[in-house]
Design a protein around this ligand. Structure first.
Ligand SMILES: NC(=O)c1ccc[n+]([C@@H]2O[C@H](COP(=O)([O-])OP(=O)(O)OC[C@H]3O[C@@H](n4cnc5c(N)ncnc54)[C@H](O)[C@@H]3O)[C@@H](O)[C@H]2O)c1
Ligand SMILES: N[C@H](CO)Cc1c[nH]c[nH+]1
Ligand SMILES: [Zn+2]
Length: 844
């Protein structure tokens, strides 16, 4: 129920009347001329959103002025004549906003009554008139010709009917005086309670209607609240309670309402500070989320956001904020699924809200603006500006597919200088020179905020909303349902990789007796806990789970943790789960990129910390691995930098052009940052052309042709004269994969110094090594094959050495130890031998 009072505001006295916006509804009028209309419009624009308005207009008011009033936010107009009302309806003003003068129109008071019977009843009782609330629900509004007494008001409220009282006859003081009626007294007169202490239950809500808490009011506290326009309540133990007087979490009273039977009050407030609850939460029911929570967070960030924080950057970099708003708006236009639309709209709200908070505009202001637009009668056609029509039409059109020839750039090595050759052998520059600046904050966030940050990054990059970032073994069978053919393929590959990696285990410790009585040995132990990163950005790679998981299993690692980015629905590809299950993984971290690496390096509430992180990935993954490895507090090691895939094919005249092309393309399809190199040995124009034709034709048939086109754009064919020259060039490049498509290829393997893995002869395509032959496909890229091995069983182990000396052995080397200790000035070292030798001498 609304406030039990409807103030009647005369345009002539608007300036001198008290602020009555807490009652939530005002009747203005009657408007006699265009000056009254202008004053009213100004008043409405000032108070819109806080107050709803009805306006009485006399026959002298033009229809255009009435429309202007409706556009300004007037809910209902009460025209004096039927002609005015008809004209408004004909223009299209909804019937609910025009009160048509009819038989129950009260000519004397210029107001509408709900029914003749009601009019008669009221007229008899109070000599007054009634009007409806404009919504079609007939509520009785009673006008008084002169200020009524409180007793009269009480009687009216009890009908129930709402008295219309001239605003100048009202006061926001706590008591009525000198012909002025107290608003607080009128409100209290409509209340009742069955509580023994006489207090009234009071629900406190914010302007969005979110319940902040339940308190109590008394007539005294209500009067104090109205007088001070603040949250003032009645404490059951401590008397009047001025909310926020000590904590600073004060409230501005926006509106007062009471419930249908008058025994519960609603305080609509704007809450400042930490919130309503004494526990420093926004509400007594815990935190409230949504738009208001976002607004509060941004407002507090505006006051004191940490230097370097993203929000601070947004507040201080106008161009960045504008770009983000445009980016998110564009992404919203292309969002298709429900999830995508919600996601993009939320992003747009976030950046839009940042702009609003910075400009001092509150969400309540935004809602008031929305409501005012909803009230407009004259609407714009709503056409977009031409610039945006063009942009939207463009997005809908399918982007033009490039059709040009896909071809590696030819380089004749005999025609260039050594330094030019060195330049041409360089890998394409990584896109993000400042990659550490991007990855550092991600790693730091996960290190300090654990699961919460991990989930946020997964939501951001994978667009997946997860409750928990981890799947713990045993994994549910539904998560790894596969067709038999796929299962068989994984099982066969698993077995071959297992055999090759088991073959790498040392059958016994290495034992060497360096001199009689001095036995040195070396033996291995598995690394206890390992984290395996399985990429999932441009393609999901269950084979990488095999290449990492199988050697970990073979080596005997106790705790295997797999990490891989989930799909946007939060699930993981079932093949990865199946492999994780086969290798006995204890957990799968549903995260990718730098955040997954950080979670495994430092551990979170739910991700177990590991001792070593292995696996390939894009530049974010690789950079994060390097970063955590350098942080001594993480105490974690990594396998190697395994970045974008690459292959170098050496082909002679006998090589099958289709085979050569297929090998080049198999790695080019990994990503636009992949690089493929062909070294042609003494190939003539026809032979070269045959390979190039195959590259183009096969590439154009591939579903990932766009990626291939990107990779081939920075790939090259080098022309050389001999195989030796070709392999020397390959050693200089140190490819991840080297394929020898040569006659008698095996003859040349001895010349190979630097390569992650070598594929010998026409029948050894690189993809066999990627999946099923047995060798590992996690290999060093970017030239690191000069110093690193690919992943192997020993990557999951460490070696310990031991020694055992007999007295004879000690006697044989003791002199050398003592002498060297003396040279280094480390007497204690020498003493450790000396005391023993002296002991032996005494025994003899
Ligand atoms: N050398 C090897 O042995 C080997 C083996 C397999 C795969 N690879 C290579 O691994 C790479 C896999 O890369 P991928 O991208 O497909 O998958 P990925 O899993 O390595 O990376 C995807 C992740 O990157 C993160 N990311 C994406 N954009 C980001 C941004 N702007 N800021 C921060 N983080 C962001 C996201 O978290 C995403 O989950 C490919 O280059 C492939 O060639 C190499
Ligand atoms: N060729 C990649 C390593 O550079 C591994 C891979 C996985 N699946 C297909 N290929
Ligand atoms: Zn591959």
């Amino acid at each position: 129920m609304a406030f039990p009072l409807l103030p009647l505001l005369a345009p002539s006295s608007i300036a001198s009347t008290p602020d009555l916006s807490i009652v939530g509804y005002t009747l203005i009028g009657p408007l006699l001329n265009s000056e009254d209309v202008a004053i009213t419009q100004k008043y409405i624009s000032k108070n819109f959103g806080l107050v709803e308005f009805s306006v009485q207009v006399t026959s002298d008011i033009e229809i255009d002025d009435i429309i202007a009033l409706l556009d300004a936010g007037v809910d209902t107009v009460f025209p004096e004549t039927g002609e005015q009302a008809t004209a408004l309806l004909e223009i299209g003003v909804p019937g609910s906003r025009v009160v048509f003068p009819g038989e129950d129109y009260d000519d004397v008071n210029g107001v509408y009554v709900s029914s003749t019977a009601a009019k008669t009843e009221l007229a008899t009782k109070l000599s007054k008139s009634v009007l409806p609330d404009g919504t079609g629900n007939k509520k009785l509004y009673v006008t008084f010709t002169s200020p009524p007494t409180l007793e009269q008001v009480k009687q009216t409220v009890a009908l129930p009917a709402i008295p219309i009282i001239p605003a100048e006859s009202l006061t926001t003081d706590s008591a009525s005086s000198a012909g002025k009626l107290s608003v607080a007294s009128i409100f209290s007169s409509a209340l009742n309670t069955d509580r023994s202490d006489g207090y009234f239950s009071t629900l406190v809500v914010d302007t969005q209607g979110v319940a902040l808490g339940l308190v109590y009011s008394s007539e005294e506290s209500i009067a104090a609240a109205i007088k001070s326009r603040a949250g003032v309540y009645q404490s059951r133990k401590r008397g009047l309670w001025f909310k926020g007087a000590t904590s600073g979490a004060v409230q501005t009273l926006v509106r007062l309402e009471l419930d249908c039977d008058g025994d519960c009050i609603k305080f609509v407030v704007q809450q400042a500070g930490k919130g309503f609850c004494h526990l420093d939460t926004t509400t007594c029911f815990g935190k409230s989320g949504g738009v208001m929570a976002l607004e509060r967070t941004l407002a507090s960030r505006l006051k004191n956001s940490p230097a370097g924080s993203y929000t601070r950057r947004l507040f201080s970099d106008e161009k960045l904020l504008s770009a983000k708003i445009m980016e998110e708006a564009e992404e919203l236009t292309t969002a298709k699924t429900k999830g995508e639309v919600a996601w993009e709209f939320a992003d747009l709200l976030y950046f839009g809200m940042t702009k609003a908070v910075q400009a001092g505009v509150s969400w309540t202001d935004v809602e008031r603006n929305l409501d005012s637009k909803a009230k407009k009668i004259t609407r714009r056609r709503g056409d977009a500006k031409q610039k945006w029509i063009d942009a939207a039409t463009k997005t809908e059109e399918a982007p033009e597919k490039p059709t040009g020839r896909i071809q590696l750039t030819r380089v004749d090595v005999s025609e260039i200088s050594a330094s030019e050759l060195t330049d041409l052998l360089r890998r394409p520059a990584q896109k993000n020179a400042n990659i550490m600046n991007l990855v550092g904050p991600i790693v730091e966030a996960v290190r300090t905020r654990g699961d919460a940050a991990l989930l946020e990054f997964t939501a951001k990059f994978e667009k997946a909303k997860l409750d928990s970032p981890v799947l713990k073994a045993p994994f549910s069978p539904e998560l790894m349902e596969l067709d038999q053919e796929t299962k068989d393929a994984i099982d066969l590959s698993f077995e071959n990789v297992r055999k090759f990696h088991a073959g790498q285990l040392e059958s016994a410790p290495l034992v060497v007796e360096t001199v009689p009585g001095v036995v040195c040995s070396r033996f291995s132990r598995p690394i206890e806990s390992v984290g395996l990163y399985v990429p999932g950005g441009t393609a999901v790679l269950p084979s990488t789970a095999l290449m990492l998981g199988v050697p970990a299993l073979v080596a005997g690692c106790k705790n295997i943790v797999v990490a891989s980015p989930p799909r946007s629905d939060g699930t993981l590809t079932p093949e990865v789960v199946y492999v994780a299950h086969k290798v006995g993984a204890a957990a799968i971290v549903l995260a990718g990129g730098a955040q997954a690496v950080a979670a495994m390096a430092y551990g979170t509430e739910s991700v177990p910390k590991v001792n070593k992180i292995l696996g390939p990935g894009n530049q974010f993954v690789t950079a994060a691995k390097m970063l955590v490895q350098n942080d001594t507090s993480a105490l974690v090691s990594i396998d190697m930098p395994a970045g974008p895939s690459e292959v170098l094919v050496v082909a002679d005249k006998k090589a099958n052009p289709a085979f050569v092309a297929s090998d080049l393309l198999s790695q080019a399809e990994h990503g636009v940052d992949s690089q493929v190199i062909l070294i042609g040995v003494d190939l003539n124009e026809v032979e070269l052309q045959a390979i190039e034709d195959e590259v183009h034709e096969q590439a154009m048939r591939l579903p990932r042709v766009d990626i291939v086109r990107g990779a081939i754009a920075h790939s090259r064919t080098f022309q050389v004269k001999t195989v030796e020259e070709a392999i020397a060039l390959s050693n200089k490049y140190a490819p991840e994969h080297l394929i020898l498509q040569l006659e008698n290829a095996s003859k040349y393997v001895d010349l190979v110094q630097h390569a992650g893995s070598v594929f010998v002869g026409a029948w050894s395509p690189e993809s066999c090594g990627d999946y099923s032959s047995g060798t590992n496909h996690t290999l060093p890229t970017y030239g690191y094959a000069t110093v690193y091995s690919g992943v192997n069983t020993h990557s999951f182990m460490k070696h310990l050495t031991s020694q055992e000396l007999t007295p004879e052995g000690l006697k044989k080397i003791g002199g050398a130890v003592v002498r060297l200790a003396t040279v280094e000035g480390l007497d204690a070292h020498g003493n450790a031998v000396r005391v023993r030798l002296e002991h032996l001498a005494k025994e003899q």
